[in-house]
Design a protein. Sequence first.
Length: 414
Amino acid sequence: MDRLHIHRQPRVVPLRRTRFVVLLALLGMLALGQSTARAGEFISQDLYRLPPGETLRDDLYVGADQVYIEGTLDGDLYAAAAEIHITGTVTGDVFAAANSVIVRGPVGDDLFAAGNAVWVDAPVGGDLLAAGGGDVPGLPVSSAEPGVHLTERAQVGGDSILMGGRVEMAGQIGQDLHAFGAQVQLRGRVAGDARISAERLAVDPETRIQGMLRYSVPEELKQVDAIAGQVVYEPPETEERPSPLMQAFRWGIRTVLVFVGFLVLGLALGRLAPGLLQRPLQALQERPLETGVWGLVAGILLALIPLLSGVLVLFTWIFWGLWPALLVALVLFGSVLLLWTFSPVITGLWLGERIRERLGTPLPVWMGLALGLAVLVFLGRLPYVGGLVYLVSFLLALGGLLRGPRVARSAQAG
């Protein structure tokens, strides 16, 4: 038995299937009632059931409150629901997102499941990626016990990545196991290596790992010596909390950097695109309250844009593939991020004009911008209220951008 003691932070193992992240985001939209799919069967209703003895030879896209796969699905399953129960057979991949995902029937290829409770009680031919709850406050109550659970009947042909508040692995893993959670319990068999990171780890004496066991918990376990050919213990690093003086220094440096960044951006916009700042500034100066109401209404509508953008990304993915869909998502996200980034400059310029008026002293425009940004950045860096300050700034700037052209036309007509 080789026993190593390594005092460094465990290296994070990247997921093999990055498409899981993209598909998991898209799964949530399937339950909202879209009505098309790529070369497959699409279902959107309160309850979907593939009855026992029935075979569907196609990919299935389903969004429902409850999904029951009791027959045979000869294809891939993409499902988003409150509860998903698979007691039949799926020959392809399974992508499932629900409060409860219960798999009691065989899956021919990969299984990707996310929910408050994820239970795997059947063979999985390919890889398994499961994310679940368990000892995580705020999650909804599930009909099944929260967490990620692999029972004795679970046999995974490939790698397994298990993440959750509670992770229980009692099955068999054909290759490597990666388990990350608050509570992790092992009492199964792993043909490859096992990597465990947990706050509490319980290992059954009958657990067997043919490769290396690498684990990170607050205290080293003694009873794991006999379960693996090699054991590596990596104590988690504890980050020392800096002194109050150092915290204040870091806060000040960060605040100055944010201020300088906004100031440089404002000066650049004032020189390269003055109309982009002048029109919303004019709207804010004329009627700040009305402009704020415009921004509030637009902000409420903007909250629906992720849904609408998601639908657009979904349709792009269906008809043109994953990479064009990712490009569309990047453009849409970048546009909103750009608007959010510009908003403090607009609001800071307006605050600067108000400060100049109150002082009654002729100051250069750039100095007014600097004063306004200084007030905005300082308030935005305060704990608890900073987020609200930036949100109000964003809504005011958004309202100014919307009302700006209208105010400009009225001024020209007058």
